[in-house]
Design a protein around this ligand. Structure first.
Ligand SMILES: NC(=O)c1ccc[n+]([C@@H]2O[C@H](COP(=O)([O-])OP(=O)(O)OC[C@H]3O[C@@H](n4cnc5c(N)ncnc54)[C@H](OP(=O)(O)O)[C@@H]3O)[C@@H](O)[C@H]2O)c1
Length: 372
């Protein structure tokens, strides 16, 4: 992995990713704007570093590399300067964003990326690898599907960066896709019961990026994403929504970020090794009633992000033979670039087909498919 630059490598998730890349025998160059943190990390891992911020000449700092893997979030602030530089230098771009606005912005760079011969592959983390691969897998079963519904359930603590990104997005509303258009909706505007494997659980709509990414990978025109929450949470989320005017204010966000910095640490090594997450999905052809549903189980979201990001970068760089030629240029999602089976090549993942055409429409567990 000599030609990979990992930007934001000394954050919580960047550290996991850099360590994983080196443990697989790669020599990624580590980058970011904090020279002391980078020097310590590069010395520990025995690799090189590059110190630069995203306000200066980014292109000059990345032109020697085949791919940049951006781990510095919130990505609404970091993705575009790096993407601009990648388009200028012909460098492939990957990141671990889960911010739907970032996917939507990068989607509009598709043609420029194709012209530059560059692959733009955001979202190679827990958001959106499992859900995107699941959406593509279900779409392969019902190619005429008109609706996609996804449900996500993750356990375990957040990292500081994820919590800060969450604070950064407070005051923005929810989003769903209807008839191929993104619609702004209140947070938690709809609820439903989803069976993640232990019986029905309460879920609410969340502004997850699949409303952009799954539309790209499958072409399905109507998409909603739900997340498992305790049954009191919708009231809390509705309160957050009604306080949007307040939460958009910088002093309020700054105060919340200070609370996050003082209290949020990220999963421990034990939690990384033992937590799990589940993503459920269903596609329906509303005209014929044909449907398919399935669940995927993954390790802890940060552990999954680590292996997914390094594997995606490896595939893009083509170190496993001729694969590079098969990764398309332009804006891509994990499934459109790497295929619906990419998830199952990652350790600790499994997929369970619940309902498929020509079977009962009632959920019914069938063989577990897994690479493990
Ligand atoms: N897709 C997923 O499922 C997934 C999984 C894990 C994490 N994430 C996302 O990844 C991001 C990082 O998470 P984390 O836990 O690693 O956070 P973290 O520990 O706070 O690290 C954030 C990193 O980003 C850098 N950074 C932030 N803003 C920057 C800017 N404007 N310019 C240059 N560098 C900047 C920080 O460097 P400085 O210290 O110099 O500011 C630091 O290296 C978050 O947005 C999180 O939501 C997504």
């Amino acid at each position: 992995m000599d030609s990979l630059l990992v930007y934001g490598s000394y954050g919580y998730t960047g550290r996991l990713i850099a360590r994983e890349a080196v443990s697989r025998g790669g020599t990624p160059v580590l980058a970011g704007r904090d020279e002391r943190a980078l020097t310590r990390q590069a010395t520990d891992l025995g690799v090189e570093k590059r110190v630069f911020d995203l306000e200066g000449d980014v292109a000059a700092n990345i032109e020697a590399f085949d791919a940049v893997l951006n781990c510095a979030g919130p990505f609404v602030k970091t993705a575009e300067p790096l993407v601009d530089a990648c388009l200028e230098t012909g460098t492939d771009y990957l990141d671990i964003t889960g911010e739907f606005q970032v996917f939507e912005r990068l989607r509009h760079r598709d043609e420029a990326a194709k012209n530059a011969g560059v692959t733009l592959l955001p979202g190679v983390g827990f958001e959106v690898v499992p859900s995107d691969c699941l959406a593509a897998f279900l779409h392969e079963r019902v190619p005429s599907a008109s609706t996609l519904t996804l449900g996500v359930k993750g356990n375990g603590p957040l990292s500081r960066g994820t919590a800060r990104t969450f604070v950064d997005q407070l005051g923005t509303s929810g989003v769903v896709r209807r008839n191929d258009r993104l619609l702004e909706v209140p947070l938690a505007f709809d609820t439903r019961e989803v069976d993640f494997g232990d019986g029905p659980e309460h879920t609410v709509t969340v502004p997850w990026p699949d409303v952009v990414t799954a539309a790209h990978s499958t072409g399905i025109p109507s998409i909603e994403v739900y997340a498992a929450v305790p049954s009191v949470a919708p009231h809390g989320m509705a309160a957050v929504d009604s306080l949007g005017w307040l939460l958009e204010r910088r002093p309020v966000k700054d105060a919340l970020e200070r609370v996050v910095d003082a209290t949020v640490d990220g999963p421990s090594e034990r939690e990384l090794a033992t937590d799990t997450a589940t993503v459920w999905g269903q596609v329906i052809d509303e005209a014929t009633g044909e449907r398919a549903s399935a669940r995927v189980r993954t390790p802890n979201p940060y552990a999954l992000t680590t292996t997914a990001a390094v594997s995606a970068a490896t595939r893009l760089l083509g170190e496993s033979g001729e694969t590079r030629d098969r990764v398309p240029r332009g804006f891509q999602t994990p499934a459109s670039a790497l295929g619906s089976e990419f998830l199952l090549a990652l350790p600790g993942t499994e997929r369970e087909l619940l309902t498929a055409p020509n079977t009962s429409n009632e959920p019914e567990a069938t063989a577990l498919e897994s690479d493990d």
